[in-house]
Design a protein around this ligand. Sequence first.
Ligand code: MN
Length: 205
Amino acid sequence: MPHELAPLPYPKEALEPAIDATTMEIHHGRHHKAYVDNLNKAIAGHEALERMSLDHLIADVLALPEAVRGPVRNNGGGHWNHTFFWRLMGPNAGGAPSGNLGDEIKATFGSFDDFKAKFEAAGLGRFGSGWVWLLRNPAGKLEIASTANQDNPLMGKGVSGTEGKPILGCDVWEHAYYLKYQNKRADYLKAWWSVVNWAEVAKNA
Ligand code: MN
């Protein structure tokens, strides 16, 4: 199988109390695993697609044969997004970004608190399932955007409604928070900042 589910980069309880171990276990071991399995199923027998990197599949989703386009959009997006998500969180994390990214966030959004408020508002404003992103847009500027379902800014405007290179992303599907937070997405988003690993995020900037 060309695509594989990597282990979580830390123990499943490492993000407590912000994200509980059971949520992490189900989210990674069942939801993320299903995206990987269904992506492999979707491209099975399409030799050119089986050789293509996940980044390439995502970026070229509109050019894919119609029969696989939808499944790759959903499951390839799901695989990419979750792989990205696990890596940008960690234990003993949180705080504020320093260095160039910290400066750029302040210059773009006014302050780190203003940035967080806008990011949370975008996450809350996503009706149903999706993601909220900090991305670098094609003009080279930082931008906050939200995408539906498992869409990703790398898929381009024609698919995701936005475009750019993701720097930070937060999963706002109910499966990401419902066990601990039930319907309170706002509380999840606020708690989530305590597990953001800014040193890792800065590498995406
Ligand atoms: Mn998810």
